[in-house]
Design a protein around this ligand. Structure first.
Ligand code: NZQ
Ligand code: ZN
Length: 391
């Protein structure tokens, strides 16, 4: 296991009606004027926004609002939010929604206290200072509720980049699994796929002797395999929703990723798809991961065989471990298809003729020098072949 530091100070309020604590938690964490940031309207239709506003009013906390965050959140609304916060003297940001709303809130939080262009953080500058952020989560997926990360799409050029820093880790996150019961099945499945991707991206490591985190990841993957079909079959299954919601947080606050190198090539390859085609991030990952895994499998075939046996119940073939490894990847892809995720470019709405453009932005865009690194370093030729495998 490698040396690491781990600092994860988010306070979690989990369970039924927990959104009623929003006002008192903001006060506890020092907020005196709040921006409530939300998405395209699901929180308005469900009545959640009204309940959150009531909680702030009851706690005597004044607020302004900014809705309209799109999935794959855009830079334009971030600039708008920064201006609004400065004008209104906002000192706390409350995200009410999914990963997109939380990431947009984090970007605004960093931008308000920064003199330059907030995009600097998405071009590699670490975030060291930001307004405090709290979240009321409505979808188990991105894990942004417990992560130091934010992903934004730059509208000029439509490409997606991430920024990171403990300063944007939420001060608190309110997780009420019942709030996820209004999700369409496709979004539930896309969220589950993203959670599993966060686990696989950590599982694919070049570090040795990482049994504790291997076993944690396997447990969370097994939970997702068990619970996801249950919520697809019955969207109101609170207990299955609850297990998925906490698995989503655990998958991405890095408690199961410490002390080991991680991959993230599937995410990088996918981000160009959701930026260009505006598909759900999880749906893009469902198409991306099996292709990447098949392409890099031989780099460490025993790692793929291990997850095949421990998670997917495959029989170990000691004479031909590549057979076991491939069986595990096939089982994973079949699982994703069974929960309603796409399996190729066509089902995702992506186009083969765009592959050169995707590869160019992926490997050359925004300061990259011709390759992406992770479990395996992939150059432009590798990435071209991987995208072609998805067709
Ligand atoms: O916008 P509204 O109307 O709220 O609708 C949303 C949106 O259309 C809807 N939705 C959310 N909760 C709902 C609901 N509809 C009904 N009932 C509910 N309870 O679902 C749609 C998707 O929402 P979004 O916030 O985009 O989903 P998700 O949480 O999957 O976030 C995706 C974004 O997170 C980024 C992705 O790249 C993508 O941009 N990621 C962020 C990470 C991070 N910050 O750590 C890591 C991830 O790997 C990921 O890259
Ligand atoms: Zn993700």
């Amino acid at each position: 296991m490698e040396n690491f530091s781990f600092y994860s100070p988010t306070y979690f309020a989990f369970g039924k009606d927990s959104e009623k604590q929003a006002g008192s938690l903001i006060k506890q964490f020092g907020g005196s004027k709040v921006l409530i940031h939300y998405g395209g309207g699901s929180v308005v239709r469900s009545g959640l926004l009204d309940r959150v506003k009531q909680s702030l009013t009851d706690a005597g906390v004044p607020f302004v609002e900014l809705g309209g965050v799109k999935p794959n959140p855009r830079s334009g609304l971030v600039y708008e939010g920064i201006e609004l916060c400065k004008k209104e003297g906002v000192d706390f940001i409350l995200a009410v929604g999914g990963g997109s709303t939380i990431d947009s809130s984090k970007a605004i939080a960093a931008g308000v206290v920064y003199d330059g262009d907030f995009w600097d953080f998405y071009s590699g500058k670490p975030i060291t200072k930001a307004l405090p952020v709290g979240t009321v989560l409505t979808i188990a997926a991105a894990g942004s509720e417990g992560s130091p990360d934010s992903v934004i799409t730059k509208e000029e050029g439509m490409f997606k980049r991430g920024a990171s820093g403990n300063a944007i880790r939420p001060k608190f996150s309110i997780l009420n699994p019942a709030l996820t019961q209004t999700l369409p099945a496709y979004q539930t499945a896309a969220g589950a796929t993203d959670i599993m991707a966060h686990l696989y991206e950590r599982y694919l490591t070049n570090s040795k002797e990482v049994e504790v985190t291997d076993r944690l990841i396997e447990a969370l993957l097994l939970t997702m395999v068990h619970e996801t079909p249950r919520v697809i079959a019955d969207p109101n299954n609170y207990d299955a929703r609850a297990n998925i919601m906490w698995a989503g947080m655990m998958a991405h606050n890095n408690s199961c990723g410490v002390g080991r190198s991680q991959d993230w090539n599937s995410h990088n390859i996918e981000h160009e798809l959701s930026a260009l085609y505006d598909c759900a991030h999880g749906a893009g990952l469902a198409v991306t991961m099996p292709a990447v895994f098949r392409y890099v499998m031989n780099h460490d075939v025993m790692r793929f065989a291990q997850v095949a046996v421990r998670v997917w119940g495959c029989q170990m073939d000691f004479a031909h471990p590549e057979v076991t490894a491939l069986a595990g990847i096939n089982a994973f892809q079949n699982f994703l298809i069974s929960i309603g995720m796409p399996k190729n470019f066509e089902e995702l709405g992506a186009k083969e003729e765009d592959i050169p453009k995707l590869v160019e932005v992926l490997c050359r865009g925004d300061g990259r020098n011709g390759s992406i690194s992770g479990f395996v370093t992939l150059n432009e030729e590798d990435c071209t072949k991987i995208y072609q495998m998805m067709v």
